[in-house]
Write a protein that binds this ligand. Structure first.
Ligand code: AHR
Length: 503
């Protein structure tokens, strides 16, 4: 058996107060995310506005604080004016990113209504691919201003008196990617993003801005892209975006679980780049991180390439419908732990995406809504991961995988919810060979008692859920002991664990 992992949890080892927006998500006009996802008039569970209540219920279960919208790659050719006003007068459009047909039945106003229904905020992206400063300003005026001016009045004429008051704005999407409509060099994009944020800030002093970082860590322009764009935009923006998806195409589970080591390096490099630019500018503020696309994504690649090539311009085709395995849920759990470990700099993160498209929630077109395997770590983190992230002081074994060295067996972090007086330890045993004895010393939390140990466990890494059956779902574990402030148990190989204490 591998060495016992020992963890010390102390109230004084605070990383940061957790910004709840790290449990954000993302809805793009892509595939069936919107049409037959969140919206399907005529569905048995549809409300008067056509929103599926079965889906809304699952979104509320996840308690998602913010949802990025409307893209993604989609936003780079998005004409927001076509998505507002009387539906029968809206222009139908072609979406170049996913080669699909956009009926514009759901637009800005409908999405804001849905966001209210599921208790979430909207994080709005502006089109800096085919458009620029003036359209971003018009959109902001439509959304946020209470003035007697053209776009604010247009919103009123569409039946919405109060402004939407959208606070967080993404300055385009993945502008470093050659696939992006209106792709730009770092200098071109940096200049446009700075001018856009500057003008938008003139209009709404409360707004905050996310500048595009690299589309992933393997982009050839990473991290020079970050340095150049931040040098242009430092004075006007608050966050830089990071995107990263993982896959296990080589069917090497141990190495798949090690990939968050790469994420750690990615985060450290972006933080270092932000701090370099801050120093260079003699700046006072830290640029924070918005990890606004993250997940496992690879199961659907081949099918999607074929669909977009062979059958373009369909309305809401099934695209990016990855069916997630047990091991994918473990990777998502590892990613969430990584965000908590960097809670001092990661202030926004969006699981990409929320419904049907690489999503924790799936729907049958005319039938049920159901939870994928990856629903559960996200649910646990969102539910129990609020408060302060505590520095994990941990001694654990290490192992090597095919492409990673010195991979820690146990990845863990603790969260102290001061309001509820609760302490939660999130832990993944990413050793695929061995169960590992785990001891958590929580002596700093006097008067706390052990509540429960929840876990995702399976001997079958490839097991999936479906509308018929949640084969992967949390179990409640017995067998741990809690004595004189020390909790001891065994964490099963390849498992996600949530260990809870309360006063
Ligand atoms: O989330 C799917 C796509 O992944 C997004 O549209 C894009 O930003 C990223 O490449």
């Amino acid at each position: 058996m591998a060495q016992t992992t020992k963890m010390i949890v102390d109230k004084d080892f605070v990383i940061s107060r957790i910004d709840q927006r790290i449990y954000g998500s993302f809805i793009e006009h892509l595939g069936r995310a919107v049409y037959s996802g969140i919206y399907q008039p005529g569905h048995p569970s549809a409300d008067a506005d056509g929103f599926r209540e079965d889906v809304a219920e699952l979104v509320r279960e996840l308690n998602v604080p913010i949802v990025r919208y409307p893209g993604g790659n989609f936003v780079s050719n998005f004409y927001w004016e076509d998505s507002v006003g009387p539906i029968e007068q809206r222009k139908k459009r072609l979406d170049l990113a996913w080669r699909t047909f956009e009926p514009n039945e759901v637009g800005l106003g409908e999405f804001a209504k849905w966001a209210k229904k599921v208790n979430t905020d909207v994080m709005m992206a502006v089109n800096l691919g085919t458009r620029g400063v003036s359209d971003a300003l018009n959109l902001m005026e439509y959304c946020n201003l209470d003035t007697d001016s053209y776009y604010a009045n247009l919103r009123r004429s569409h039946g919405r008196k109060e402004p939407y008051n959208i606070k967080t704005w993404c300055l385009g999407n993945e502008m470093d990617g050659p696939w992006q409509t209106g792709h730009k060099s770092a200098a071109e994009y940096g200049h446009l993003a700075a001018e856009t944020a500057k003008a938008m800030k003139q209009m709404d002093r409360n707004a905050e801005f996310v500048v595009c970082g690299s589309s992933n860590v393997d982009m050839p322009t990473f991290p020079q892209w970050e340095a150049t764009t931040l040098e242009e935009t430092y004075n006007y923006v608050d966050y830089i975006s990071l995107h990263q998806y993982y896959g296990n195409a080589k069917d090497d589970t141990a190495d798949f679980f090690a990939k968050t080591q790469d994420m750690e390096t990615f985060l450290r490099t972006v933080i270092a780049t932000c701090d370099f630019v801050k120093a260079k500018k003699r700046g006072k503020k830290d640029i924070m991180l918005s990890f606004d696309e993250w997940n496992v994504w690879y199961h659907s690649h081949q099918k999607d390439d074929e669909a977009m090539r062979e059958r373009p311009w369909q309305s809401a085709p099934a695209l990016l419908e990855d069916i997630y395995t047990f091991e994918d849920a473990i990777v998502d759990g590892l990613i969430l732990i990584e965000f908590l470990k960097h809670a001092d700099r990661v202030k926004v993160a969006c699981l990409a995406q929320l419904v049907n498209v690489i999503a924790p929630i799936m729907t049958e077109k005319d039938g049920r809504a159901w939870r994928q395997t990856i629903f559960f770590p996200y649910y646990h983190a969102s539910k129990y991961g609020r408060g302060y992230a505590l520095q994990p002081v941990i001694s654990t074994g290490k192992h090597d995988t095919s492409r990673h060295e010195d991979v820690s067996d146990i990845e863990s972090v603790a969260v102290w919810n001061d309001e509820k007086q609760e302490l939660t330890i999130f832990a993944v045993n990413r050793n695929t060979e061995e169960d590992i004895a785990f001891e958590a010393d929580v002596r700093g939390f006097e008067g706390y008692r052990f509540i429960e140990h929840l876990a995702l466990e399976s001997d079958d890494m490839k097991v999936t859920n479906s509308a018929e059956e949640e084969k992967v779902r949390p179990i409640s574990k017995n067998g741990g002991t809690f004595d004189e402030g020390k909790f001891s148990t065994v964490l099963k190989k390849s498992s996600w664990n949530v260990i809870r204490f309360a006063k």
